[in-house]
Design a protein around this ligand. Structure first.
Ligand code: AMP
Length: 214
């Protein structure tokens, strides 16, 4: 089964994608993670996108579509793909439809994770992740363990994203409303959209997503 998690920054797409990977043998394809990896490894593309990402703007469609195409070609699809943070524009959505059709596949569900804006700001400014395993923490609801070690893998590498600050978040939210939110109507019209309440506790949201998928 191939699914898209759609929602603004901080809606919990990455957290829910990780749960689906663990529970259902699915493969998470996060363009944000791929772009951050390109920056860390210092590729020419990574250098090119760094300032755009830090400001909170979207990188060009060509770049992210290229990344997704590579991954789809290189990865065996196991229990299916979870598209996390992709597509973010109508052009990306059309490109994805073509890519999956070329593979003889389809998108089974688009899950919209609805969250109000105040909650997003609170979540994002409190967010940290483990630099080794990607486990997501929140200073208020799931703080980094007091012994300084990630509860999942034991690493001491707690990281905060460069774009998780209020200025860049405003730009990211604007990008979401201007460029990405039209996809809600696009997938509704295609009969693929289901909405879940992204404001609940992590397991409640996971339960709602499970009822959509099953
Ligand atoms: P994310 O981790 O999904 O929040 O993405 C972090 C940043 O990477 C975004 O603010 C964009 O600058 C860039 N990015 C990630 N995915 C996309 C995409 N599908 N289209 C354009 N830019 C993206």
């Amino acid at each position: 089964m191939n699914i898209i998690l759609l929602g603004p920054p901080g809606a919990g797409k990455g957290t829910q994608a990780r749960k689906l990977v663990d529970g259902r043998d699915m493969v998470q394809l996060s363009t944000g993670d791929m772009l951050r990896a390109a920056r860390t490894s210092g590729t020419a593309m990574g250098k090119k996108v760094a300032a755009v990402m830090d400001a909170g703007n979207l990188v060009t469609d060509d770049i992210v579509i290229g990344l997704i195409r590579e991954q789809l070609e290189d990865t065996s699809h196991a229990g299916g793909f979870i598209f996390d943070g992709f597509p973010r524009t109508l052009a990306q959505a059309d490109a994805l439809a073509e890519l999956v059709a070329e593979m003889g596949q389809k998108i089974h569900h688009v899950v919209e994770m609805a969250v109000d804006d105040d909650a997003l700001v609170a979540r994002i400014t409190a967010r940290s992740t483990c630099g080794e395993c990607g486990e997501v923490y929140n200073d208020n609801t799931k703080p980094w363990p007091a012994d300084g070690k990630c509860a999942n893998c034991g690493s001491t590498n707690q990281t905060r994203r460069a774009d998780d600050n209020e200025d860049s978040l405003k730009t990211r939210l604007m990008a979401y409303y201007k460029q990405t939110s039209p996809l809600v109507g696009y997938y509704y019209a295609k009969g693929q959209l289901s909405a879940v309440n992204g404001l609940g506790a992590m397991d409640e949201v996971a339960g709602e997503i499970a009822s959509v998928l099953d």
